[in-house]
Design a protein around this ligand. Structure first.
Ligand code: ZN
Length: 75
């Protein structure tokens, strides 16, 4: 009976540790979910950023709207 109580406490602690931890593991699995992202280079400052976050103007990609405006000649 003594061991049964001890076992219950051990299981209780394990369960509590599981609950107290965040459900999803760190960023490595997030990357796995999204797959490898194509990276592009800002034509103005050379910063590398994910293609989906880049601002595209013609053939060129930019990290921000400000850099797109700086790099493009004013029409
Ligand atoms: Zn830039």
């Amino acid at each position: 009976m003594k061991y049964l109580i001890l076992l219950a406490i051990v299981f209780g602690v394990i369960w509590w540790i599981k609950l107290s931890r965040p459900a999803k593991p760190p960023t490595s699995s997030d990357k796995a979910d999204n797959g490898p992202q194509p990276m592009v280079r800002c034509a103005h400052c050379g910063l590398h950023l994910p293609q989906k976050e880049a601002i595209t103007a013609g053939d060129l990609q930019f990290c921000s709207e400000a850099h797109r405006q700086l790099a493009e000649p004013h029409a």
